[in-house]
Design a protein around this ligand. Structure first.
Ligand SMILES: [Zn+2]
Length: 227
């Protein structure tokens, strides 16, 4: 759930005559917080990592979608932080959802077989797009929630159950740890921002998530086939 809807969705305060003003004030404050210049500029690492990765490894279909997703996340997220609302949030979420689905297809390709990964790629991407369209049409985020949650369950299971045909699994573990750190920074956004009012937790979230993308790029650069 995005920060705006969390803020707007909070219960009313006891002084009812102040509610509309208080709610408006909180909403304005939340929107302004999302428009921090650091929250926009900190998307640049996604563009850089994505561009390098596309140039080096963009020939395979799953890795092309994966790195294009990372590249476009930089633009989608900066666009959202420039003008935070549901219309722009769609473009923030879309490349991220495609990236997650491509990671899942890639893991299936490397651990279950090339054909399995190739068969899964397009339905997974279609599911990601549909979950976001459903959210825009009906305001229901549950399917999108599952699209985010499912890889968090499926990937560890796949990693434990099946060996990869490539070396370098430790880079995926580093990426997972950095992604968890990004989620932590997002959770403590306000607390981190209140320390000096320079960097928000959300800015650090962007850096940690881009670090996870860099770990994935390093995996591609260093992996070797396991015979
Ligand atoms: Zn953001």
């Amino acid at each position: 759930m995005n920060e705006l809807s969390v803020t707007v969705g909070k219960p009313c305060r006891p002084f009812r005559e102040n509610v509309p003003y208080a709610r408006r004030a909180r909403r304005t404050q939340a929107v302004e917080r999302l428009k921090l210049p650091s929250d926009q500029i900190s998307n640049l690492p996604f563009v850089v990592v994505g561009a390098i990765a596309l140039w080096q490894f963009g020939r395979d279909r799953a890795s092309f979608v994966l790195f294009l997703g990372i590249f476009l996340t930089g633009f989608g997220s900066a666009y959202y932080h420039w003008n935070p609302k549901n219309d722009t949030l769609f473009w923030d979420r879309l490349p991220m959802a495609l990236t997650f689905m491509a990671i899942l297809a890639l893991a299936a390709e490397e651990r279950l077989g090339t054909r399995t990964g190739a068969i899964l790629l397009w339905p997974l991407l279609a599911l990601a797009v549909f979950s976001l369209l459903l959210w825009r049409w009906t305001d229901d985020l549950r399917l999108y929630g599952w699209v985010q949650f499912f890889p968090c369950i499926a990937l560890p299971l796949l990693f434990v159950a099946r060996p990869s045909k490539y070396s370098g699994t430790s880079y995926w573990l580093i990426a997972a740890a950095l992604y968890a750190l990004a989620k932590l920074c997002e959770f403590y956004d306000h607390a981190i921002y209140s320390i000096g009012f320079i960097l928000s937790g959300h800015t650090l979230k962007h850096f940690a998530a881009a670090g996870a993308c860099l770990a994935i790029l390093r995996y591609f650069q260093t992996r070797r086939p396991i015979s």
